[in-house]
Write a protein that binds this ligand. Structure first.
Ligand SMILES: Nc1ncnc2c1ncn2[C@@H]1O[C@H](COP(=O)(O)OP(=O)(O)O)[C@@H](O)[C@H]1O
Ligand SMILES: [Mg+2]
Length: 477
């Protein structure tokens, strides 16, 4: 139990402690770094007293953010400065850059890094810098940092300081708008790069392929039905929207490997030059949510998910299989979004049950089957176009090459040319070279090669193609 005297004593001690605290904080004020002082001078108040508004930027949007911030800085007569202090500045929080008895951070050179802005183009973006600007006369500080996982910074981030807190938030909103206006993603064909931890490390850009319809040999009306659904709906968006019809669409191309699914996708990409396309293959399909977000933001858009069977049942971010994430991403888009999802698979049976469990997302399934005899003849003629084989030899070779694919036809012609070249007499390949190359490829010793080129091996036939798949041609995109 406390007596009156004790209480008085306690009050005195409390008062004393408060004085100690005040003294300590006024000493801390003296520990502002030069950088802190510079920021405070710009802001017109002690920078250490202001709340920090933080904004994360996904790696694949970092170039857009840099462009937006440059525009904002330019519009408002601002400038960008860097920070001295080597590695230490990377480890330090903004508060530590402003107030620090151990590290005298000061204005220094801005750090930059090169980032892709298109196929074969780059931009120098600020990876560590501080932007000092005024919006409507009100001073603002924006610290811009790229992701740096080795320093515990998983994503790029902005920190905004202003005596006017509303303005800090408003400037972030304005920057987000400018990021869309100035985006380098719009109208490009892009994919995702992942870092060593499998996280988003930025966008990579692919040259838009040029594959004319004439380059594709499929059954009657097959290519047209795909093109009408993917390209046609986009071209007639006005009429469809006016009639209350939805624009978003999901297409599944299925069939054995090597039959032209990827080729068809590449044709779609060349048919839609203004469209923003995101191409995800295999494990990069886990970036589906980000891809859908890009598609929504930069419509008209095409999301390509190649060989989706390879990862369909894996789990990435959520406990549900990736295929469900894909279908939910498709479902999450507004119905009037001009976005097409095009998926390809060699093994539709892996997907069937999942697709049936989420009906309505994929509204067109198109089989790209093995070419029949007539299609094989066309394929052989097409891939032998520049070679001096007789029509009779080509047709008979095509007739013999049952159960083979377009990629087989292409490889056969290459082997015929190689056989002639190896002979070393400088003469072009002959019908005999063609026949011999075909014998070789059809021999039992070449069973694995045939499997790699697609089509059906006896083994694959027995268990319905659960074996090796030919991964398509993304290398040449
Ligand atoms: N239907 C086809 N028409 C023309 N070329 C084809 C066809 N199918 C395959 N090819 C040739 O084989 C290559 C591989 O085919 P691809 O489209 O990657 O097969 P997949 O169905 O496995 O995606 C193509 O780039 C093309 O050169
Ligand atoms: Mg493919």
């Amino acid at each position: 139990m406390l007596g009156e005297i004790d209480e008085e004593l306690l009050r005195a001690v409390a008062k004393y402690l408060k004085r100690v605290e005040r003294l300590a904080s006024s000493e801390q004020a003296d520990q502002r770094t030069k950088l802190g002082a510079l920021m405070s001078e710009h802001l017109g108040v002690d920078a250490a007293t202001l709340p920090i508004v933080t904004e994360q930027i996904a790696a694949h949007r970092f170039v857009d953010a840099d462009l937006a911030l440059d525009a904002l800085t330019r519009e408002n007569d601002g400038r960008v400065i860097g920070v001295t202090g080597g590695e230490q500045r990377l480890h330090s929080s903004l508060a530590e850059l402003i107030t620090n008895p151990y590290h005298p951070f000061a204005e220094g050179p801005v750090s930059y890094e090169a980032r892709a802005t298109g196929p074969g183009t780059e931009r120098r973006v600020v990876s560590f810098g501080i932007r000092l600007l005024r919006i409507d006369g009100v001073p603002l500080v924006i610290v811009q940092r790229g992701a740096s996982p080795q320093h515990g910074r998983e994503t790029a981030q902005l920190e905004v300081l202003s005596a006017d807190e509303g303005l800090a938030t408003e400037s972030v909103r304005r920057m987000r708008q400018l990021m869309i206006e100035h985006s380098v993603l719009r109208g490009k064909v892009l994919s995702f790069v992942s870092n060593e931890y499998g996280q988003d490390a930025g966008a990579s850009f692919l040259a838009r392929p040029e594959v004319p319809a004439e380059a594709i040999v499929l059954g009657d009306g097959v290519l047209e039905s795909v093109v009408d659904h993917v390209v046609g709906i986009g071209e007639h968006r006005q009429a469809l929207v006016e009639a209350g019809q939805h624009l978003k669409r999901g297409v599944l191309l299925y069939g054995p490997p090597g039959t032209g699914k990827t080729l068809t996708v590449r044709h779609l990409l060349s048919r839609t030059p203004e469209t923003t396309a995101i191409v995800l293959t295999g494990s990069s399909i886990r970036f589906i949510t980000a891809a859908a977000e890009i598609a929504r933001t930069f419509q008209p858009a095409l999301v390509v998910l190649e060989d989706i069977d390879l990862v369909a049942m894996e789990r990435a971010h959520s406990p549900q299989p990736l295929l469900f994430e894909v279908l939910d991403a498709l479902d999450g888009l507004e119905t009037d979004a001009d976005v097409a999802f095009v998926m390809t698979t060699n093994r539709v049976q892996v997907l069937e049950r999942a697709l049936a469990a989420r009906p309505g997302r994929v509204d067109l399934g198109v089989e790209i089957p093995l070419p029949d005899a007539a299609a094989r003849r066309r394929l052989f003629r097409r891939y032998a176009a520049s070679l001096p084989f007789s029509d009779a030899a080509l047709d008979s070779a095509a007739d013999r090459a049952e159960q083979t694919t377009g990629s087989f036809a292409k490889e056969l012609m290459r082997r015929s040319v190689l056989a002639a070249a190896l002979r070393g007499d400088g003469l072009p390949p002959t019908d005999e070279d063609l026949g011999a190359a075909l014998d070789e490829l059809l021999s039992s010793g070449a069973a694995l090669t045939r499997l790699l080129l697609g089509g059906r091996s006896e083994e694959a036939e027995a268990d319905d193609g659960e074996h090796v798949h030919y991964e398509g041609e993304y290398g040449t995109f």
